[in-house]
Write a protein that binds this ligand. Sequence first.
Ligand SMILES: Nc1ncnc2c1ncn2[C@@H]1O[C@H](COP(=O)(O)OP(=O)(O)O)[C@@H](O)[C@H]1O
Ligand SMILES: O=C(OP(=O)(O)O)[C@H](O)COP(=O)(O)O
Length: 399
Amino acid sequence: MAKKSVGDLSKADLEGKVVFVRADLNVPLDGDKITDDTRIRAAVPTLKYLVDNGAKVLLTSHLGRPKKGPEDKFRLTPVVGRLSELMGAAVEKAEDCIGEAVTSKLAKMSNGSVLLLENVRFYPEEEKNDPEFAKKLAAPADLYVNDAFGTAHRAHASTEGVTKFLSPSVAGFLLQKELDYLDGAVTTPKRPFVAIVGGSKVSSKIGVIESLLAKCDKIILGGGMIFTFYKAKGLAVGGSLVEEDKLELALELMEKAKAKGVEFVLPTDVIVADKFAPDAATQVVDVTAIPDGWMGLDIGPKSIDLLKDTLKGAKTVIWNGPMGVFEFDAFAKGTFAIANELAAMDDCITIIGGGDSVAAVEKAGVAEKMSHISTGGGASLELLEGKVLPAGVAALNEA
Ligand SMILES: Nc1ncnc2c1ncn2[C@@H]1O[C@H](COP(=O)(O)OP(=O)(O)O)[C@@H](O)[C@H]1O
Ligand SMILES: O=C(OP(=O)(O)O)[C@H](O)COP(=O)(O)O
């Protein structure tokens, strides 16, 4: 189902118009330093098109998962400098995403400029897709462009709600590019088709595994995802990341995989740490011997070999979620080993999705070797799930 594109809008449609653009500028940060700018770079073609055609762009995004209203560590301020560099012009920032803070700056904007709004998740109404909040977001704008592929699976006020108040509501170039590529690659994948799911967003991604069982020949788990499965099997996991309310689901998934004959591969050894820190004491242990009080922060060497073996002969691999806390050197081996393995698989379509996964592949220096670098992790998994279209996309106008 093709969606109307920003490219369908001409100068006559855009000049002097206020365009509300939802991008996913949720970049990984170390303090206020951007550790990977992929998502900012990916947002630029749509922004440049709008600017070149004389629009006034109100650019909105979330950053992280703030739950207590405005918090300095979740401000979009670190994005301004890099975005200005990439746009070749200074991008201004508003201190809020609705109200006077926006309209007062908008009044001074010239045609062909961009105003970055503050983190839209400072309002809990965003994730609740509150219609009144969506109305406030949309109020200063004439039309809407959704280019936030990384957030396409969220039906939030800035991705879905605003489409009720702005017309036309169209897809940006990035959203289109991602949908075009992923739809082709995962609806009729070359087999064997392997999914690797790791990372830390266990509760929002564990559910996707059920649908992956119907699509994939093998599923490899890693990262923080694995401990919920070990605990479900009755193993002790120390202080590792566990979603207690997903234990039953984890058991069911393992049983379903068995019944369907899908190879379901869990690491066999892990690197445990005595604290969540780069200088933690570490040891490699079998997953059946995680010591009390220690937490698993990477997969171990035997698991790396097992995972490499499992990947042999694969023709399509989709990977979301790092194998460990790769931001700390002591826990980066598993992630980098998988990144390098995929980079060397010439006869295989390799798709890497997700803010941190892409950052890891960039850090490993092998991003160029992958078939597709996707700005969405959860979004690409949900697309693969076979949902008609992620919620934020479904709401856009048809072509
Ligand atoms: N064993 C683990 N325990 C805790 N966090 C982990 C573990 N393994 C990986 N992570 C963390 O997962 C994060 C990324 O998860 P996620 O957001 O799901 O991936 P992506 O952004 O690629 O979609 C990284 O910041 C990494 O440090
Ligand atoms: O980083 C994101 O997702 P991802 O980690 O699945 O790639 C998106 O910005 C969505 O963020 P969310 O999972 O907090 O809604």
